[in-house]
Structures are given as structure tokens and as C-alpha cells.
Design a binder for this molecule. Structure first.
Ligand code: SF4
Length: 166
């Protein structure tokens, strides 16, 4: 069993082939500008700053209280990968819940002047658990899924690996 992280959840909802490659620590194209996945992720979130808060092993961008309830916020540059961002945050909410903390989540997209509220619910938790169990199964697979052309491929560090001719 692997320790599933928020990053795994994020990639699960983007591309399961990429998730497999990350889980198996397959090196991406050395020449690729997106090589550093951490750098890519941080380019797609806002510069981590001093407002970042560590709760257990979860790092969140913003924490505040509203009507006595904890609100944790993730600041994102684009809402293009909304489902991934939503489930990553939901995963954090679920971990907090397991620590006895009932929190609400919000995704902040300042450039788009948008905020999306993410609430823990039984249905969302079921989908999250399903994703986590599939991530565990993907980790066990000997080979990755076949590549499928998606919009994210253009940004992906593995695009040469997946799509190089010949
Ligand atoms: S290039 Fe596309 S198919 Fe290949 S791992 Fe990246 S996102 Fe997935």
C-alpha cells in the first residue's frame, strides 16, 4: 500500500497514465521545461507564501474562521483543472475530519475573480474513497494505461515520452 497524497489525487483526475508514471518515479524528458513536477505544480498555484499553514501533514494556502468554523483555502491560478483541485481539497477536508476538525474548503481563483466552495459530504467522500482505492490499484499495475490525448498533454512533462513519433 502506498501513502496516497493530495498530489496523487490531483493527477488521478487529470491523467491516470501520468499518475502511474509519477507513482513509479519514471523520469520525465530531461529537456522538458515542465520536467520539475513540483515547479509545474507551483506555477499552477500561487507562489507559496508566509500565509501557508501546516495542519498535521497538510499544507494549505489560507486558513480562517467563519462563524466558528474553520475554512481552508487553496489559491489556484486557473480553474481549468477544477475537478482535480476540488478532490485534492476534499482530501484535505477528509484528513482534517479524521482529526476531529470539521472544516469547509474554498478554492480561490483571483485572476478569474472566482471562488468555489468545497464541502465534505457522504457522496463526495464515496467518490474520494473510490479514487483512493483506484490509485492503490494503479500503483500495483505493471504497466501504465495507454496514452490518451487530452488538453493537459501540451503541458505535461511526459508528452515526448507519450507522443514522440517512431
Ligand atoms: S502526455 Fe498526456 S497522456 Fe501522456 S502522461 Fe501526460 S497527460 Fe497523460
Amino acid at each position: 500500500m502506498i501513502d496516497v497524497t493530495g498530489t496523487h489525487i490531483w493527477y488521478y483526475f487529470i491523467c491516470q497514465r501520468e499518475l502511474w508514471l509519477i507513482l513509479h518515479q519514471i523520469a520525465a524528458d530531461q529537456e522538458d521545461e515542465n520536467l520539475d513536477i513540483g515547479r509545474f505544480l507551483s506555477e499552477n498555484t500561487y507562489q507559496r507564501n508566509k500565509k501557508e499553514v501546516l495542519i498535521g501533514n497538510i499544507k494549505v494556502d489560507r486558513v480562517r474562521k467563519e462563524n466558528g468554523k474553520l475554512v481552508i483555502g487553496e489559491v489556484k491560478k486557473t480553474s481549468r483543472y477544477l475537478e482535480s483541485a476540488r478532490y485534492q481539497l476534499l482530501y484535505y477536508l477528509d484528513v482534517l475530519r479524521q482529526m476531529g476538525i470539521d472544516a469547509t474548503g474554498e478554492l480561490l481563483f483571483p485572476e478569474e475573480k472566482k471562488t468555489e466552495v468545497v464541502e465534505w459530504s457522504i457522496e463526495a467522500k464515496q467518490k474520494l474513497d473510490h479514487a483512493i482505492s483506484e490509485i492503490q490499484q494503479i500503483a500495483q499495475k505493471p504497466v501504465p494505461a495507454e496514452p490518451e490525448k487530452i488538453k493537459f498533454c501540451n503541458k505535461c512533462a511526459y508528452r515526448e515520452y507519450c507522443w514522440a513519433e517512431g
